[in-house]
Design a protein around this ligand. Structure first.
Ligand code: HEM
Length: 403
């Protein structure tokens, strides 16, 4: 039988809060389909829930990425990457290399640390809302709320001075842009690399109770302490994985609640719904338009489709979370929905390390938002909200509101 022509990754959205329509057809007709990647590679796009969930735990599927999913023409060579000092990210490693880092990091994301962070997060959220209320109405929530909150929380987690975070946010933004020059990318990564090396040196001299100091004091299972290079890589991964994702999930969650007024009102009337509401936000919305990149390590099968060793694979978690074979009425945003497992944080070896922190943050944010600003509403129609179609992490560039 002739193979269907490989198609590019679906990116065109009709509604800013929904995945591209093309996924509806793909899930029904070919939940594992031929994918044309912008770098000329041909691989597989996995869009069905069961297929994505299976691939996430398939030992034949490697987290190493040997291809490019987005259209940015700019990448760094291995030598340029190493010279930037940015440090390797274990998100793209397999066992046993990955396991060593994962174990150490799991030891840092303890219940105790989260418990200690909770009152700080409450304070951060309240302070930012005080500032918003003092300035407005109206307000622009990305600049004044949805970006600074997770940025302050990551600083708190790592033991990084907040004064340094604006520069960091700017560099992460350059990295996340689909269009940037090689010089801009190298500049941003080199700045983040040198900053993290400096921070690690400072923590070696003056340890605190943050995560970087915790990692320095911890002894890995193999008895070999982490080098500055490794610690810088971990710090940068946490900044990238923990900041832009959370900031944009807060922005998108706010947008979803404000454009589904009955859900906003339900949360206002029944604050105890917040935990469930956060889970629905994490299912219904996604900040990962380019999916999770994987490569077949050996020949395998995904959803009955033969995949060859070396084939690029993209797991679309945004599509999987809207799969009608797994969720009833998946396109309804319903904060009272009975909880079902979703793949917003992935599964398996690379399942989000910060998921409990993210849940805690989102819970505090949405709980406080409806309580403090019950009359909050968008001050422009949804179609006029500037979405991040030009970034690797989706969301909105601005959230104009009033109350
Ligand atoms: C709502 C916010 C967040 C979302 C939607 C999210 C989503 C994800 C997803 C889907 C993955 C799996 C990536 C893959 O398998 O390729 C992941 C991994 C990861 N996340 Fe998150 N994340 C969020 C917040 C955070 C936070 C707050 C942190 C830390 C402070 C964090 C740290 C990480 C790390 C370190 C990994 C890599 C884990 C590994 O490779 O073992 N994330 N995240």
């Amino acid at each position: 039988m002739p193979q269907p022509t490989p198609q590019p990754l679906p990116l065109a959205r009709r509604c800013p809060l929904d995945p591209p329509d093309e996924y509806t057809r793909l899930r029904a007709e070919a939940p594992v389909s031929r994918l044309a990647l912008p770098d000329g590679n041909v691989g597989w796009l996995v869009s069905g829930f069961e297929e994505v969930a299976a691939a996430l735990v398939d030992p034949a599927v490697s987290a190493k990425r040997k291809f490019q999913t987005n259209v940015s023409p700019v990448t760094l060579t291995a030598e340029e990457f190493a010279a930037s000092g940015f440090g390797d990210s274990f998100i793209g490693m397999d066992a046993p290399e990955h396991t060593r880092y994962r174990r150490m990091l799991t030891g840092q994301f303890t219940v105790r640390r989260l418990k200690d962070l909770a009152p700080r997060i409450e304070q951060i959220v309240d302070d930012r809302l005080d500032a918003v209320v003092e300035k407005g109405p109206p307000a622009e929530l990305v600049q004044d709320f949805t970006q600074p909150v997770p940025s302050l929380v990551i600083c708190e987690l790592l033991g990084m001075p907040y004064a340094d975070s604006a520069e960091f946010q700017r560099n992460v933004d350059v990295m996340m842009r689909l269009e940037r020059t090689k010089d801009e990318l190298l500049g941003a990564m080199t700045a983040m690399g040198s900053y993290m090396h400096e921070l690690v040196r400072a923590k070696r001299e003056r340890p605190d109770d943050g995560l970087i100091s915790g990692l320095i004091q911890d002894t890995p299972s193999d008895g070999v302490p982490l080098t500055d290079e490794e610690l810088a890589g971990i710090g940068n991964l946490l900044m990238i994985a923990g900041y832009a994702t959370t900031a944009n999930m807060i922005t998108m969650g706010t947008l979803a609640l404000l454009t589904h007024r009955s859900q906003w009102e339900a949360l206002r009337a029944r604050p105890e719904l917040v935990e469930n509401g956060v889970e629905e936000i994490l299912r219904y919305l996604s900040v990962a338009p380019f999916g999770l990149p994987r490569t077949a390590k050996t020949d395998t099968e995904i959803g009955g489709q033969a995949v060859k060793a070396g084939d690029p694979i993209v797991l679309s978690i945004e599509s999987a979370n809207r799969d009608p074979r797994h969720f009833d009425a998946p396109d309804d945003f319903d904060i009272t929905r009975e909880r079902q497992r979703h793949v917003g944080f992935a599964y398996g070896a690379h399942q989000c390390l910060g998921q409990q922190l993210a849940r805690l943050e989102l819970g505090i944010v949405f709980g406080r938002l409806v309580e403090r600003l019950p009359g909050l509403r968008l001050s422009v129609p949804l179609e006029e909200v500037p979405m991040r179609d030009d970034m690797q992490i989706y969301g909105a560039h601005a959230l104009p509101v009033t109350w």
